[in-house]
Ligand binder design. Structure first.
Ligand SMILES: Cc1ncc(COP(=O)(O)O)c(C=O)c1O
Length: 447
């Protein structure tokens, strides 16, 4: 197969027509025709082919969904086979082997030397809703502590935890009561202006102190807190990697007060960071883990994996119709096999290439204020001035556009960061092609 993108014109005439119709008939969600004007028809390896025949290298993984490849051939094969057997088995009332096989597999791979159970759903939001309900049910406590910069979903429950952009909550108040937010240990930007790369322990101590001395000592009774809800690395908030010891320190606080830890792996799980679960970098076993996105390889699925003793135990407290659809379960089992068979290794192998090349760009371009990431989860943050760290959001958006016009699909995150999250199936040559295009796009913007 020929490597590299091939672009005639993006958006081409067919794309422009579809974008116009999209905005006529589809509800407004997040699409921005000025920035993300890619109209996808099909895939070819790690490339999107758009409706006008342009071939675009993917560094977005369909927003973190396609870790196992844009259309993994083994997933496709498994789905075709499954279509001839069973599509939907009404798993909330009848039983089927596909859900059981997936739950058993998740029990064996999720961190934690204890027995686990799984609730299956259809999305990240639903996986987190279930996590909240499991925590409330099992602890009989009603409060949650989440982190500023977090994204956990957009239903009323999960939106209450989400704190990455005001627009997510605009006109939606009151949100679910009982959620308090605290600063995430963001090494680059935090309320204390600590350089968290130089002083990681100091940063972690400040966050822990904030929880203990401000919340717990003044207005949040810790014995009424059901759970801390955290992303192991903040995704939508900007691909923010916390210091190594953060979760161990958080767990000490949690254990002291009988508080659970809900680990939202929806964006960072499934091999993205070079380990199956991102929390494995931080050395704790969460009580509850939510998964979605990359778990199904493109087929909608969510999973909430939790300590067995937290289970509802009474039929009917929580359930759904579609969760753990047979097609989705089979896709997920195949995705996990593919990740275990070599894709996680590939993410680890390519990590230094991304790290070095992005660091080189940092050294060359003043507009890059920070480079951060693990495995194949990378971000660069654009700033107007390295000292003031003023966000360069417009310039970030321009880089997205310039990259796409040159045949590379990327996505923004946070206020001025750009995430680089290729499918874990890319090879070194494709990684280099993508990073070259990124650099050309930055040059085009900074002149
Ligand atoms: C960490 C995290 N949690 C939850 C969600 C919500 O997932 P979904 O869009 O599948 O409902 C997202 C989506 O971006 C996410 O990144």
């Amino acid at each position: 197969m020929v490597k590299g993108p091939q672009v005639k014109e993006i958006p081409g005439p067919k794309a422009r027509e579809i974008i116009e119709k999209h905005h006529k008939y589809m509800a407004t969600t997040t699409n921005d025709p000025n920035e993300y004007f890619l109209v996808i028809e099909r895939t070819e390896g790690n490339y999107w082919i758009d409706v006008d025949g342009n071939r675009v290298l993917d560094f977005s993984s369909g927003i973190g969904v396609l870790n196992a490849g844009l259309r993994n051939p083994r997933v496709v094969e498994a789905l075709k086979e499954q279509l001839d057997k069973l599509i939907h088995g009404a798993g909330t009332d009848y039983y089927n082997p596909y859900q059981v096989a997936l739950a058993e597999k998740l029990d064996s791979i999720a961190p934690g030397d204890f027995e686990k159970k799984t609730f299956l759903s259809n999305s990240g939001t639903e996986a987190n809703e279930a996590a909240l309900k499991i925590a409330k049910w099992s602890t009989q406590r009603k409060l949650f502590i989440a982190f500023i910069g977090a994204f956990h979903g957009r239903t009323h429950g999960t939106m209450s935890l989400t704190a990455s952009k005001p627009v997510h909550r605009s006109r939606m108040f009151p949100t679910m009561p009982g959620v308090e937010h605290v600063p995430y240990p963001n090494p680059y930007r935090n309320p204390w202006h600590i350089d968290g790369y130089e002083e990681p322990d100091e940063l972690v101590n400040r966050v822990i102190e904030y929880i203990e001395d401000y919340l717990f000592d003044h207005y949040v009774p810790p014995e009424e807190v059901a759970a801390f809800v955290a992303e192991p690395i903040q995704g939508e908030g900007g691909y923010v990697v916390p210091p190594k010891n953060f979760f161990k320190e958080l767990k000490k606080v949690a254990d002291k007060h009988g508080i659970l830890i809900i680990d939202d792996e929806v964006q960072m799980g499934m091999g993205r960071t070079g380990k199956m679960f991102a929390i494995e970098h931080f050395g704790i076993a969460p009580d509850i883990i939510s998964l979605a996105k990359a778990l199904g390889g493109g087929v909608p699925i969510g999973a909430t994996i939790f300590r067995k003793d937290l289970d509802f135990g009474i039929p009917g407290v929580h359930s759904n119709t579609y969760g753990g659809n047979a097609l989705a379960c089979v896709a997920a089992l195949t995705v996990i096999e593919e990740l275990e068979k070599g894709l996680i290794e590939n993410a680890k192998k390519l990590e230094p290439l991304f790290k070095e090349r992005l660091q080189e760009m940092y050294d060359k371009y003043e507009i890059i204020g920070d480079v951060r990431g693990l495995g194949l989860a990378w971000a660069i943050e654009f700033v107007k001035d390295r000292k003031t760290k003023e966000y360069a959001s417009k310039e970030r958006n321009q880089v997205v556009v310039e990259a796409l016009k040159r045949g590379l699909a990327t996505l923004g995150c946070g206020k001025s960061a750009l995430r680089l999250i290729p499918p874990l199936t890319i090879d070194e040559e494709e990684a280099k092609i993508g990073l070259d295009i990124l650099e050309d796009a930055i040059k085009a913007v900074v002149g």
